[in-house]
Design a protein around this ligand. Structure first.
Ligand SMILES: [Zn+2]
Length: 255
C-alpha cells in the first residue's frame, strides 16, 4: 500500500457518492494511504459543498470557482460570493476555472471574460488557481502568458511543447488516470518532458478511472496506479512519485 497520497482535484460532492461517501472517505484516509484531497467547485453550489467537505473532514481542503461550462448564467454578485467562501476553513484555491470549447457553449467571449475575472480574483486574494482547458489550448496559453497566474493546469491534455511552456511560466501540470492508458501518448510524453518537479497527481473523481477500473467511479487511492505509470515514465519508485508530487501540491496550495 502507498502512503501520503494528495489527490489535488476531486469532486466528492457529486451525487454518485452520496449514499456511501462517509464510509468511503474514512476508509480512503485510514486504510488506503490518502492523506489529503482537494475538492473542487464547478459552480456556486458545488463550491459551497466543497467548503462543507473541508469543514467536515480534516483531510480535505477546498477550491471554489466556476467551471467554464457554467459561466453562462450567474448572479450579479457571483464574484463576491466566491470571495466570501475563500474565508472558510482550508479554502486554498480558486478552481476549477478556465476554457472549454468542446460544446461551443457558452460562447468563447463569455468564457474568457469569466476566466479572467476569476484569475483577477485569485490574484487579489493571493490564491493559486486550478485550471480546466479543453479544446482551447491556443487561447489558454495566450491568457496564461498575459496573466501569469500561479497554480495547475489540471488533467493536462495539451501537447508536450505546451506542457513545457506552462512549466516555463512557473505553473504545474495535473496528471490523472488517463496517463495509465497506453494510447495517451501526448500525456505520457508531457510527463517525461516536464519531470517530477512540475507535476501534481489527481483523479478528477468520479469522472475517469485508471485502466484496471474503467467504468467505475474513481476514488483517490487509485492514484497509486497513476504513480506507477509516472514512475515507469520517469524511472522512479511509485512511492517517491507520490511523495514528491504531494510536496509540490502542498507548496502550490500552501498547506
Ligand atoms: Zn474536475
Amino acid at each position: 500500500m502507498y502512503t501520503g497520497i494528495f489527490d489535488t482535484h476531486a469532486h466528492y460532492d457529486e451525487e454518485i457518492y452520496s449514499s456511501y461517501a462517509d464510509a468511503l472517505l474514512n476508509n480512503e484516509h485510514r486504510y488506503r494511504g490518502v492523506d489529503l484531497i482537494m475538492n473542487i467547485g464547478s459552480d456556486l453550489p458545488s463550491s459551497e459543498r466543497s467548503c462543507a467537505l473541508a469543514e467536515k473532514y480534516d483531510f480535505f481542503c477546498a477550491a471554489v470557482g466556476v467551471h467554464p461550462m457554467n459561466t453562462g448564467d450567474l448572479p450579479s454578485d457571483w464574484l463576491d460570493q466566491l470571495a466570501g467562501m475563500t474565508k472558510r476553513t482550508r479554502v486554498v484555491c480558486i478552481g476549477e476555472i478556465g476554457l472549454d470549447y468542446f460544446f461551443k457553449q457558452p460562447e468563447k467571449k463569455i468564457q474568457q471574460q469569466r476566466f479572467i475575472e476569476q484569475l483577477d480574483l485569485a490574484e487579489q486574494l493571493g490564491l493559486p488557481v486550478n485550471i480546466h482547458d479543453r479544446e482551447s489550448h491556443h487561447d489558454m496559453l495566450e491568457i496564461l502568458r498575459q496573466r501569469k497566474p500561479k497554480g495547475v493546469l489540471h488533467r493536462f491534455a495539451g501537447s508536450p511543447d505546451m506542457a513545457c511552456s506552462v512549466v516555463d511560466l512557473g505553473m504545474y501540470i495535473g496528471v490523472g488516470p488517463e496517463v495509465t492508458f497506453l494510447n495517451e501518448k501526448n500525456r505520457r510524453e508531457s510527463v517525461r518532458r516536464v519531470g517530477i518537479d512540475h507535476i501534481v497527481l489527481e483523479t478528477d473523481a468520479p469522472f475517469i478511472s485508471p485502466t484496471t477500473h474503467k467504468g467505475e467511479p474513481c476514488i483517490s487511492s487509485w492514484i497509486g496506479e497513476v504513480a506507477e505509470t509516472v514512475g515507469e515514465l520517469l524511472s522512479m519508485d511509485p512511492q517517491e512519485v507520490i511523495n514528491r508530487a504531494a510536496e509540490n501540491g502542498r507548496r502550490i496550495y500552501n498547506i
